[in-house]
Design a protein around this ligand. Structure first.
Ligand SMILES: CC(=O)SCCNC(=O)CCNC(=O)[C@H](O)C(C)(C)COP(=O)(O)OP(=O)(O)OC[C@H]1O[C@@H](n2cnc3c(N)ncnc32)[C@H](O)[C@@H]1OP(=O)(O)O
Ligand SMILES: CC(=O)C(=O)O
Length: 519
């Protein structure tokens, strides 16, 4: 592995994202995930700035056993007009127990004068004094040069002077920050190139920290590395203030898989998809399906022509083998499918479909989709349709004799369901806080008498879409229902003239599919 720094700031800059709130326990879980991915540094937060971050560093000492990463504590240079040794926030950094302290320092003259409200000389003194003090206390120090690229444009000499000051005082890394995220790759490359040639000698490492306001954070980070940066900062899933930070996983994947620079321990890039999704579970921010490399759509193929080429060789429509980042290829079934898509999807589900069957299923999918069904998200309904064609009949464990729903003016709803299952007739009434809830309860109670395993099934998601609104009251309703058990989840679709009819179809398919899985 090369001597390259992969520096993660999910727990600090990532946590600056709107709506993202992490408890100390969450932070500890995420830190372990990041360590499992093999990053070199984990910026844990700003000790002293809030009780949670202080507690994180305190608990990390006893609870975090990191195999690959070192913990970094983030904070600012000392306040103007005082000594670093007397600044309580610097004391919190010094005492955090982290292996590295990363100091944010102003490098844009205008920010020094307007935001810090001090002189350019005092800002240099703040950098010098803080780095020196921490070095004397035995700390490794990295410096994040805030607003560096804007500062460089406004006053190159001063921006470089801040870096030189940090280096002379003992900083190991100066990370150039595109704090406002306004840069483009060529601009970043020019500046990093210049900086590396001016200050990058004598062991000082130049780093990069990009925000995504121009949509270029990943490209800017790569341009910086190409121009000489050997320390790259970013966050998992690109979390961060405003439009986020550089997505560290994509940066690392590009470095390893496209540019041939191994920056993680051998084999750990294959943990990328699992790690990104596990962290999304903790942050409670739904993962973006179209996220490069690790998104669930990153290797999903919908168009029939794509599938027909993929049947011959997946590389014809994929830039890499998804296995490299722990992701997987998926074939989507929709009205854009052709025979090849259906054949490949069939194979994925364990069926070798001949050309005739594939043609028939393709035609049925297109016909049903034109009537409002969608199979792309309803994998279980597609599988039931496929089984119907392959086996000559749709899997069926019970027959529905009739169902009826009654709602009263108090909002209480009652559903009566009559079914025949396992040779017996069941008439059951279900109650609920709405018609779908009542039908679900009634259906489950009725079937449950013949097939007790349905009690393990849970309705976990319910989506309704009214389409073809131009028809007014004739509009059709599509319902997607996710059902789960302890082994996973599956989605079914129903379409009807109203929400109850559509829900009934999706509910019946959901239970039928679940029973087939269990049997
Ligand atoms: C680019 C980045 O993302 S950097 C990371 C930013 N992250 C955060 O701000 C989250 C954590 N921050 C906090 O909890 C608080 O802002 C604190 C504890 C750091 C400071 O809180 P407060 O003392 O209440 O001040 P406030 O938030 O208004 O910040 C302004 C003060 O910070 C000082 N300051 C701002 N940037 C810096 C800097 N780089 N170095 C030193 N001091 C700085 C200002 O001069 C001002 O000081 P003054 O009160 O003496 O005039
Ligand atoms: C330090 C940092 O987060 C920034 O400048 O964006």
């Amino acid at each position: 592995m090369s001597d390259f720094h992969v520096y993660d700031t999910t727990l600090r800059d990532g946590a600056q994202q709107e709506g993202l709130n992490l408890s100390v326990a969450d932070k500890l879980v995420i830190a372990r995930q990041l360590d499992g991915l093999g990053v070199g540094y984990i910026e844990g937060g700003w000790p002293g700035a809030n009780p949670k971050d202080t507690e994180f560093f305190s608990r990390a000492r006893s609870e975090l056993k990191l195999e690959h990463a070192q913990l970094a504590a983030f904070g600012a240079t000392r306040r103007a007009g005082m000594r670093a040794a007397d600044d309580p926030l610097i004391a919190a950094l010094r005492d955090s127990g982290a292996g590295v302290v990363t100091l944010v320092a102003k490098s844009h003259d205008r920010h020094v004068e307007l935001a810090l409200r001090t002189t350019l000389e005092e800002n240099l003194a703040m950098v010098r004094d803080t780095v020196t003090h921490l070095r004397e206390e035995g700390q490794r120090v990295f410096v994040d040069a805030e607003h560096f690229f804007d500062g460089y444009r406004a006053n190159r000499a001063y921006a470089l002077e801040v870096l030189r000051t940090a280096a002379e005082a003992g900083a190991e890394v100066v990370a150039l920050c595109d704090t406002n995220g306004g840069m483009l790759p060529g601009w970043v490359a020019d500046v990093v190139h210049d900086v590396a040639s001016v200050v990058g000698s004598g062991g000082l490492r130049v780093g990069i920290h990009c925000h995504n306001d121009t949509g270029c954070a990943i490209a800017n980070s790569l341009a910086a590395v190409d121009a000489g940066a050997t320390h790259v900062q970013g966050t998992v899933n690109g979390y961060g203030e405003r439009t986020g930070n550089a997505d560290l996983v994509a940066v690392v994947a590009n470095l390893e898989l496209k540019l041939g620079r191994q920056v993680l321990p051998t084999g750990l890039l294959r943990e990328a998809t699992r790690t990104a999704h596990a962290i999304a579970e903790v942050t409670n921010v739904p993962p973006a399906s179209r996220q490069p490399y690790v998104g669930s759509s990153a290797f999903a193929h919908k168009a029939g022509l794509h599938a027909s080429a993929i049947k011959v060789d997946p590389h014809l429509y994929q830039h890499m083998d998804p296995f490299g980042v722990g992701n997987d290829m998926r074939l989507l079934v929709s009205d854009m499918a052709g025979r090849a898509s259906i054949e490949l999807k069939g194979r994925e589900l364990g069926f070798e479909l001949d050309a005739d069957l594939a043609r028939r299923i393709t035609a049925r999918v297109k016909e049903l989709e034109s009537n409002g069904y969608t199979f792309e998200a309803a994998d279980a309904s597609f599988e039931l349709l496929l089984l119907e064609e392959v086996e000559g009949a749709r899997p069926s464990y019970f027959e529905v004799e009739s169902w009826r729903v009654i709602s009263d003016h108090d909002g209480l709803t009652e559903a009566t369901v009559k079914i025949v299952g396992d040779g017996e007739r069941f008439v059951v009434t279900g109650e609920g806080n709405g018609p779908v809830n009542a039908l679900d309860a009634g259906l489950r109670a009725a079937i449950g008498q013949a097939f007790p395993e349905v009690q393990q099934f849970e309705l976990t998601d319910y989506k309704v879409r009214i389409f073809d609104e131009s028809h007014g009251t004739d509009a059709k309703t599509r319902v997607l229902i996710e059902t789960s058990d302890s082994d996973g989840s599956w989605v079914t679709v129903g379409v009807g003239e109203n929400v109850i009819e559509a829900s009934w179809e999706a509910l019946v398919d959901g239970l039928t599919f679940g029973l087939r899985r269990h049997r």
